[in-house]
Design a protein around this ligand. Structure first.
Ligand code: ZN
Length: 373
């Protein structure tokens, strides 16, 4: 795996590698940036390098220590993440002490999924925040002697999920040195952390991934074909984790729903259209509407591709329908259509009333396409 496991993020990787090269890795790091862009993967990779027998700036990935980190079972590495609170759990219980066997098995299976793919998002029922007992364990774990030659590394995933108690406990922990232990926090909401915690960490920013980076990773890691990976990367908002989740949804069904909607918009009367808009906005939440609009963009991208004589469409299974569309609706200003979709996408982010956004967009697109026909 080595650094290659982290998709893109060359700037962040360079900063970290430079620290490692000069043997000056700060004792507390805060990796921040959008969801699913590779912060957790990078944190695990740092832990691996610090414990690999031969590594300086990258892991060998063949020694026993690298192997143990890969399966998230290395004795020097301790992971902290939100956990459910057990029934009658007391403040001197250890974080897992009072969990039921079902809860424990969920914790272990989620960890196993994370080990398999560091872009996997751990999700445990009723695990709403990081418990203070998990934070208290940090000092105990870092006081234990280091096994083999590596360094102790404590990683706090989703650090923004610390509640007030846990945050204050972490602050205390940070105030006294933890010896050679390296503490790595990852978060997609830096502003939710205490400023006093942030100021004690070296900050490293992770950028949203580019569409082609996501698309290439989907093809090489998930064996997805080029068309499908391009559609998913367009919809993934720069997050590889989101792209993986999209792989599990039936995008074709959504796309079909959308193309049917477009047909109604272009052929039916205003009353029928407004009924359809109402139905669509009732059945889909804001995030799903955003997905539909992105699929609409991809659909019109294909319309454009065919109209300029290329057959490199992404909706390969819809070629006949696309050709039919092009035969009926000719010579309209497709860039004006793209502009309207862009506008609607922007408004969606601004919390504007969804039905209004879709109604305005639909009226405009209808006018742009039908006026020329
Ligand atoms: Zn190694």
């Amino acid at each position: 795996m080595s650094w290659d496991i982290v998709i893109g993020q060359n700037r962040a990787k360079r900063i970290i590698q430079k620290h490692l090269e000069q043997n000056r890795l700060p004792h507390s790091l805060l990796l921040y940036g959008g969801d699913g862009v590779g912060k957790d993967a990078a944190a695990i990779q740092i832990a691996k390098i610090l414990n690999c027998k031969t590594a300086v700036t990258d892991s060998c990935d063949s020694c026993p220590d690298c192997h143990k980190v890969n399966i998230l079972q290395h004795p020097n590495i301790h992971l902290v993440f939100p956990l459910p609170v057990g029934k009658s759990e007391l403040s001197d219980d250890l974080p897992l002490d009072k969990l039921t066997s079902e809860e424990l098995s969920q914790v272990y299976s989620e960890l196993a999924a994370k080990a398999k793919n560091p872009y996997y998002e751990i999700s445990i029922e009723r695990a709403n925040f990081i418990k203070i007992t998990s934070i208290r364990e940090i000092r105990k774990k870092s006081a234990l002697s280091v096994l083999s030659q590596g360094r102790k590394v404590i990683i706090i995933f989703d650090a923004e999920k610390m509640n007030e108690q846990s945050s204050n406990a972490l602050l205390k922990t940070l105030e006294e040195p933890l010896g050679e232990t390296v503490l790595i926090l990852t978060t997609s909401n830096k502003d939710a952390l205490l400023p006093t915690i942030i100021s004690r960490c070296q900050l490293i920013r992770f950028e949203d991934l580019k569409e082609d980076e996501i698309s290439a990773a989907l093809q090489s890691r998930e064996n997805l074909d080029e068309q499908q990976s391009k559609i998913i990367s367009r919809l993934s908002n720069g997050s590889y984790t989101h792209a993986l989740q999209l792989m599990q949804t039936d995008l074709n069904a959504k796309r079909n729903q959308l193309v049917d909607f477009l047909a109604i918009v272009l052929t039916q009367n205003p009353l029928k259209i407004s009924e359809e808009i109402e139905k669509m906005t009732k059945e889909n939440d804001r995030a799903e509407i955003e997905q539909l609009l992105l699929l609409l963009q991809v659909w019109f991208r294909d319309v454009h591709t065919l109209s300029i004589g290329s057959d490199q469409v992404l909706n390969v299974d819809q070629k006949t329908r696309l050709e039919k569309f092009n035969a009926i609706y000719k010579n309209f200003d497709i860039y004006a259509v793209f502009k309207e979709i862009e506008k609607a996408l922007l408004l969606l982010k601004k919390n504007v009333y969804i039905q209004l956004i879709i109604t305005v967009m639909v009226i405009k697109i209808r006018r742009i396409i039908l006026v020329k026909n």
